[in-house]
Write a protein that binds this ligand. Structure first.
Ligand code: ZN
Ligand code: ZN
Length: 210
C-alpha cells in the first residue's frame, strides 16, 4: 500500500491551505492507497476521521506533528493536543505508554537557514542530533526538504539502523503525494499502521505526481 503519511489540513493546521476532502480527492486521483493527517500539535477526533473514511471510502489515518525542542516529531498512537514546545524525552515517555510510534520529521530541512553549512555534516555528525535517540523511525523522504537534506536523513537512518519513511508534508493541493511510504502489508486501522511502522515493514520514496 502506498500511503502519504505526512499531510497538513486546515483548519487544524493554521498554516495549511488544504481541506481534508481536497487532500483525499487528490490522493485518490494520484493512485495512493491512503493518507495520514498529521496536524501541527493537534489531533483529529476519532469520529471525524471515521466520517471522512466513510464519506470518501478511503483509508484515512491520523497522527500529530509535535513541536519538540529537538525538532518536529510525527507521532502515531497519541491522539491529543499539545501546548507549546515540549522536550522530546517527555513525548517519548507518553508515546511508550500508549504504545505509539515516533518519526523524526524532516530532520535536516532548512539547515542552511542557520547560516553555516550544517549540510556538509557527515552522516556520523548528523546522527548525533539528540532527536534520533528518542524516535523509532526517520523521515528520509520529505516533500518540503531538498534532495541533499533528504539524502543526509537517509544516510543517518542507515547508520543508526533506523528505517526511513516518506511523506509529502503537504500544505497545498499540489504538494500531496510528493513523497510516500510503501508498506508491505495492507493497513486499515491505526493499530495496524503503528504495528507496521514499528516492525519496519515499509520503505520511503519519492512519488511521481501526474
Ligand atoms: Zn514539520
Ligand atoms: Zn509537517
Amino acid at each position: 500500500m502506498i500511503i502519504d503519511i505526512h499531510i497538513h489540513t486546515k483548519p487544524l493546521s493554521a498554516d495549511s491551505n488544504l481541506a481534508a476532502g481536497e487532500a483525499i480527492r487528490e490522493a485518490k486521483r494520484l493512485g495512493l492507497d491512503g493518507i495520514c493527517l498529521t496536524e501541527h500539535n493537534k489531533s483529529w477526533a476519532h469520529e471525524d476521521i471515521e466520517a471522512l473514511r466513510s464519506q470518501w471510502d478511503f483509508p484515512v489515518f491520523r497522527g500529530v506533528e509535535v513541536d519538540t525542542i529537538e525538532g518536529h516529531v510525527v507521532v502515531f498512537g497519541l491522539y491529543r493536543d499539545f501546548e507549546g514546545v515540549i522536550r522530546v524525552e517527555e513525548l517519548r515517555k507518553a508515546v511508550i505508554e500508549e504504545q505509539g510510534v515516533m518519526i523524526a520529521a524532516h530532520p535536516f530541512k532548512g539547515f542552511r537557514a542557520f547560516g553555516f553549512s550544517e549540510l556538509n555534516l557527515t552522516p556520523e555528525q548528523g546522527s548525533k542530533r539528540p532527536v534520533f535517540k528518542s524516535v523509532d523511525v526517520i523521515e528520509g523522504f520529505n516533500g518540503k526538504s531538498n534532495e541533499k537534506e533528504n539524502r543526509l536523513a537517509q544516510e543517518v537512518g542507515n547508520l543508526l539502523g533506523l528505517k526511513v519513511t516518506g511523506g509529502s508534508d503537504a500544505h497545498n493541493l499540489e504538494e500531496v503525494g510528493r513523497c510516500v511510504t510503501i508498506f508491505k502489508s495492507e493497513i486499515y486501522t491505526e493499530r495496524e499502521l503503528i504495528a507496521e511502522l514499528k516492525a519496519g515493514r515499509f520503505s520511503g520514496d519519492y512519488y511521481q505526481r501526474r
